[in-house]
Design a protein around this ligand. Structure first.
Ligand code: HEC
Length: 164
């Protein structure tokens, strides 16, 4: 079931967003659901109708629904973003697996590297275990619609990064 879904998702992504080339998640979504326990004090995964798919409706951090392919700092219902994460998204950055893993390992360092030396993060939490990060990405992706992997509103594709 999940394999079929992933294959379908990947196929539709290839059609819908050739530039972004979102790869299928490499982690284990079931294991990622357990990892999400660490995130759910601050984050929820809830669809546009308000159905809570993951977590318990926490609002300290942005809703992570549709994160794969979503512009950084761009969830419309969240007012608590820091300027640097918003600037990153405004510059055309969209979330991919590799960047997500780097971000959650150290959000402040990630923004310093991507935005500016004095960039600051409003997310103090760190998830340094790479396997857990890959698994929780897979979990978030499993609850997100395939369409979310395309740029939401004509956002420019992320600038090419030399390495990931
Ligand atoms: C203590 C609260 C807290 C915890 C725990 C937390 N986060 Fe966050 N998270 C935030 C806040 C606040 C932001 C907004 C950061 C900013 O604007 O600089 C954020 C932002 C993010 C973003 C960027 C979203 C976007 O719209 O661009 C991702 C991805 C993310 N968190 C993932 C996670 C994951 C995965 C976990 C668990 C492993 C987690 N966070 C745990 C508070 C938290």
């Amino acid at each position: 079931m999940r394999l079929t879904l992933t294959a379908l998702t990947f196929a539709s992504l290839a059609l819908a967003a050739p530039v972004l080339a979102q790869d299928a998640p490499t982690g284990d979504a079931a294991a990622g659901e357990r990892v999400f326990a660490k995130c759910q004090t601050c984050h929820v995964i809830a669809d546009p109708d308000g159905n809570v798919l993951g977590g318990r409706n926490a609002k300290t951090g942005p809703n992570l629904y549709g994160l794969p392919g979503r512009a950084a700092g761009a969830y419309a219902g969240f007012n608590g973003y820091g300027d640097d994460l918003v600037a990153l998204g405004t510059n055309g950055f969209v979330w991919t697996e590799a960047d997500f893993v780097a971000y959650v390992a150290n959000p402040a360092a990630f923004l310093k590297e991507k935005v500016a030396n004095n960039a600051r993060s409003k997310m103090s939490f760190r998830l340094t275990n790479e396997k857990e990060a890959l698994d929780v990405w897979a979990y978030i992706a499993s609850l997100s619609p395939a369409a979310a992997a395309a740029p939401a509103d004509g956002a420019a594709p992320a600038e090419g990064t030399a390495t990931n």
